[in-house]
Design a binder for this molecule. Structure first.
Ligand code: PLP
Length: 400
């Protein structure tokens, strides 16, 4: 008889976004005239930057010729894109990598999900709470024990160092969902802890492009010693609107090592390369050329102009909510605003209240973990006029 992987049966129902859609649809059915504004989903708005569009078109034209046609590429990505990542994202910060340490991917999601595969099953994992749900789910699929590290206003959403030493620690900065980011000092504490305890940090920098504060590192490798203990995952999804194009990269420094069962220390880089070469046939050439265009001065200027719009949206939401006396966090180094619900309302209770009374959709914080209960997340990925309208509606609600 075929046996199922029982770990998948232990996963909690992933009902957050489905439930949001169901409740929103139910409301729209009974109020067909209502114009519902969605500030829940963390997806970007188009269009892509002109320099990216041009590169994508050019890549398609390449494929239309025999001379410039591209079939299978290197599984870990073409050298020209890995060099562009190094030259544009790392060298200016004084961080040096060889092309072998960069792995081009089809976005952060896949590698976040795939990395656990090269790590031993009995590793204890520490994950922040609230959190981007994929970390918990992928580790549960791998059958690992997880300890949760609470992130609350009391600790400035920066977890305490775990007492029980985990082998793997997930950090996401700037953070989804809280919208907060780790300072240099906070991140240094974690890097030192990981080095002292031989733990591995999986650092999710998907929202790096939103960092505005000087004191917030753009890469974990800005911290001394991080090359020994951290894998960094980046994505063009939120940086350049690539959620539908699909491209990202993972950095596995040569220095990162783990213990084999015979006690010897082995570097993870060649093991990850072996895994990638066996199970991944490379990112789309077209997407890679689009990503290359992002990593140019022109691409930087154009994509940062898009992000400036999201920053301005976040400011409108934050200022609006603050004026109304709500307790809000994040929103400066991130497109997300994390708000404590008023009068101890539950996350879903506030979601229903906002939908019914203001026709505005937010994301209930409890969907990101227990410590998210009593909070909601607003997303600034939207049209500025629609965002203004949503904030005005919430203001009217308070006056009523
Ligand atoms: N990491 C975080 C924290 C995210 O919020 C997301 C997407 O929303 C991802 C990773 C996945 O991004 P990608 O589109 O690169 O797979």
């Amino acid at each position: 008889m075929i046996k199922v992987n029982d770990n998948f049966l232990k996963l909690k129902e992933s009902y957050l976004f489905t439930e949001i859609v169901n409740r929103t649809r139910a409301y729209q059915r009974t109020h067909p005239e209502a114009e519902v504004i969605k500030l829940g989903v963390g997806d970007v708005r188009g269009p892509l930057a002109p320099v990216v569009i041009e590169a994508l078109h050019k890549a398609v034209d390449d494929l239309a010729t025999t001379e410039r046609f591209h079939g299978y590429g290197l599984e870990n990505g073409p050298e020209w894109l890995r060099q562009a990542v190094i030259a544009f994202d790392y060298q200016p910060k004084g961080i040096h990598f060889t092309a072998e340490e960069i792995f081009i991917s089809d976005g952060a999601g896949s590698d976040l999900g795939n990395l656990p595969e090269i790590l031993g099953h009995d590793n204890l994992v520490a994950i922040t709470d609230p959190v981007y749900p994929a970390y918990v789910d992928t580790q549960m699929m791998a059958g690992r024990s997880i300890i949760m590290l609470p992130c609350t206003p009391e600790n400035d959403f920066c977890p305490e160092l775990p007492e029980e030493v985990p082998a793997i620690i997930y950090l996401c900065s700037p953070n989804n969902p809280t919208g907060t980011a780790m300072t240099r000092t906070q991140l240094t504490r974690f890097v030192d802890y990981a080095r002292n305890n031989h733990s591995l940090i999986i650092f999710d920098g998907a929202y790096e492009a939103f960092i505005q504060d000087e004191d917030v590192p753009h890469s974990i490798y800005e911290i001394d010693g991080a090359k020994e203990c951290a894998i960094e995952i980046r994505s063009f999804s939120k940086t350049a609107g690539f959620t539908g194009v699909r491209c990202g990269y993972t950095v596995v420094p040569n220095e990162v090592k783990a213990q084999a069962s015979d006690g010897t220390l082995v570097p993870l880089n060649p093991i990850w390369l072996r895994r990638v070469c066996t199970k991944y046939n490379g990112t789309s050439y077209i997407a890679e050329r689009g990503a290359e265009a992002v990593l140019t001065p022109e691409g930087y200027t154009q994509t940062r102009a898009q992000i400036a719009v999201y920053h301005a949206n976040a400011e409108v939401i934050m200022n609006g909510l603050k004026t109304l006396g709500y307790e809000v966090y994040g929103g400066i180094n991130s497109p997300y605003i994390w708000m404590r619900t008023p009068d101890n309302m539950g996350s879903w209770e506030f979601f229903d209240y906002l939908l019914n009374e203001a026709q505005v959709v937010c994301t209930p914080g409890v969907g990101f973990g227990q410590k998210g209960e009593g909070f909601v997340r607003f997303s600034a990925f939207g049209d500025p006029n629609t965002i203004l309208k949503a904030v005005e509606r919430i203001k009217l609600l308070q006056k009523a």
